[in-house]
Every structure is written in C-alpha cells, then in structure tokens.
Design a protein around this ligand. Structure first.
Ligand SMILES: Cc1cc2nc3c(=O)[nH]c(=O)nc-3n(C[C@H](O)[C@H](O)[C@H](O)COP(=O)(O)OP(=O)(O)OC[C@H]3O[C@@H](n4cnc5c(N)ncnc54)[C@H](O)[C@@H]3O)c2cc1C
Ligand code: FES
Length: 277
C-alpha cells in the first residue's frame, strides 16, 4: 500500500492534493513524468502527474480534479489511507536546458503539471515568465509556488474575479509582442493548448504541450493513448506526454477524449447514487 501522508483540498474540494509515500518513485522522478494510481483491487488505472516530490521524506505529490467516478473515489481517501498501486515514474522527462527566456503557460489543474517543469527551467538558469489562468479565482491553484519558481508571474481569470480578466492567450500575446521568447511550455485544457500553439506559430516560437489522452497500461502496449503528431502516430505514455504543440492534432485528441463520455457519466451517476452524493 502507498500511504497518503498529507492531503489538502483546494477550490471548494473540487481539486485535491495527496502527498504519498513512494520512496523509490521519489528517488527517480523528473519534471514532466507521471504515475498511474489505483485506489483498490477493482479500481481503474488513473494517470496523474507528479506535481512535486521530497526525496528525503520519500514522498511524491499529485494534484487532481474530481471529475468522474475514479477521482471521486480518490477523494474519499484520507491521511493514513493508501492507494493499492502507484506505478512510475512514467513518460519521458521534460528536456530541460538553458535556452534564455522560457514562458510557462498553465490553465486549471494543468498548473500542477506545469509547476515542476517551471522550477526545472528556472533552476537551469533561464529567465522564466509564467502565466497562469483559471475560470474563476476559486479555481486558481499553486499561485505561490509558481511565483517562487518564476521571474515574473501573470495571473488571469476568465471572469475577472482575480488578476487580469481574460484568457492566458491574451497575456501570452502581450509577452510575445514585447519580449524575445525562446520557448513556450503550455499545459492545461486541450482547447487552451490548441490556441496557445496557434498563437506561438504566428510568432515562430517553439512550443511544448503535455497531452492527457485516456490511458490504460501506460507502457506503450495497449495503444489507447495514441495521438497524431505531424504525420506520425505516437503513444503519449512512452513517446510523451510532451510534444511539439505545432505538430499535434488537437481536434483528434478532443474527439478521442469524448469516446467514453456516456459510460463515464453512467459510472459517475451510479457511484454518486451508491454513496448518496
Ligand atoms: C499523463 C497524464 C497526466 C495527467 N495528470 C493529471 C493531473 O496531474 N491532474 C489531473 O487532475 N488530471 C490529470 N490527468 C487527467 C486524469 O487522468 C483524468 O482526469 C482522470 O483519469 C479522470 O478519471 P475519472 O474516472 O475521475 O473521470 P472519467 O469518468 O474518466 O471522466 C469524467 C469526465 O472528464 C472527462 N475526461 C476524462 N479524462 C479526461 C482527461 N484526460 N482530460 C480531460 N477530460 C477528461 C470525460 O470526458 C468526462 O466528461 C492526466 C492525464 C494524463 C494522461
Ligand atoms: S496507455 Fe497504453 S499505449 Fe499508452
């Protein structure tokens, strides 16, 4: 069992942080990598990014949004409980090097995925400008950690309840207009990554995105996480999860993410009815 040693609720309990005892994973994991977790014997395998780690304590942190049956089941796990399985680190680590000026753009829970990458680029000696956004102030996460990992942090909310009103793409356009940018890293909802990539293509700035297709084995065997990148089919679990945003077929990814929508809704409704939610 992989014991939960700390737990925090954010955004009115819709986003949860679990710090989990997993010393062997903590010793090996690099920014950009993820784990696959299973709550119990019959549980679904759920991929979540390692949003932070502590090698001395031998723990990793995951931050997830409660959106369906399995993440609702995860929400029930308290400090002292554990995940039956935590497998990882999986995926290719981010290629972190000194490039000059790196702009890190995060939306929603994507900020949890972006944080260790942002810190990695800052520690490698880059100037880092970060732009984080959420639909509303209550859904914004990790502002303090992102601030500490960046030279400059801009915050946007769709409804203007905090920071600048508007999408992260508007703040990014302002940065691209006024400064030389060597790399953009964009992580968040698929439409956000699509529009960030469209914008940076106009400015000819290399852009990395982290893809979140449905995954099962996480080892390149099942083919479930396939994505089209350029003219090639790639498996996000072993070839990614990061890819060149200018090459990704985002519309195909969105279509594949909707493949089990009905079944996912039915499973969630049945779970909520069973636990009286
Ligand atoms: C490599 C990788 C890293 C990830 N890291 C994180 C992370 O750090 N934090 C986090 O909150 N999530 C992360 N995800 C997404 C997370 O795995 C899914 O949200 C989770 O599997 C949903 O499970 P569920 O059973 O609760 O919901 P489901 O029943 O599977 O889905 C409920 C609803 O959410 C939608 N949905 C399902 N999967 C996704 C998805 N991958 N992206 C967007 N919408 C989806 C469905 O269309 C459905 O409407 C990651 C995914 C991948 C592939
Ligand atoms: S999840 Fe099975 S091939 Fe990637």
């Amino acid at each position: 069992m992989f014991k939960i040693v700390d737990r925090k609720e954010m955004a009115d309990g819709t986003i949860i942080m679990n710090e989990i005892e997993a010393p062997r994973i903590a010793a090996k994991a690099r920014p950009g990598q993820f784990v696959i977790l299973k709550a119990n014997e019959t549980g679904e395998r759920i991929p979540l990014t390692i949003s932070d780690l502590d090698t001395e304590k031998g723990t990793i942190e995951v931050i997830y949004m409660v959106i369906g049956k399995s993440t609702a089941l995860f929400k029930e796990l308290g400090v002292g409980d554990g995940y039956q399985d935590v497998i990882g680190p999986l995926g290719k680590p981010t290629d972190i090097e000194k490039l000059g000026h790196v702009v890190c753009v995060g939306g929603g829970t994507g900020v949890a995925v972006l944080f260790p990458i942002t810190r990695g680029f800052k520690n490698a000696g880059n100037k880092v400008t970060s732009i984080i956004g959420a639909r509303t102030k209550d859904l914004l996460i990790l502002e303090d950690k992102m601030k500490a990992a960046s030279d400059e942090l801009r915050v946007c909310t769709d409804d203007g309840s905090y920071g600048t009103k508007g999408f992260v793409t508007e703040a990014l356009k302002d940065v691209l207009e006024n400064t030389k940018v060597d790399l953009v890293v964009a992580i968040g909802p698929v439409p956000m990554m699509k529009f960030v990539s469209k914008l940076t293509q106009e400015y000819n700035v290399k852009t990395l995105v982290s893809l979140n297709p449905i995954m099962i084995d996480g080892t390149g065997m099942c083919g479930c996480c396939r994505v089209s990148v350029g003219d090639e089919t790639k498996f996000a679990c072993v070839d990614g999860p990061e890819f060149d945003g200018h090459q990704v077929d985002f519309d195909g990814l969105m279509q594949r993410l909707r493949a089990y929508e009905e079944e996912e809704k039915k499973a969630y409704d049945e779970y909520c009815a069973a636990v009286g939610q």
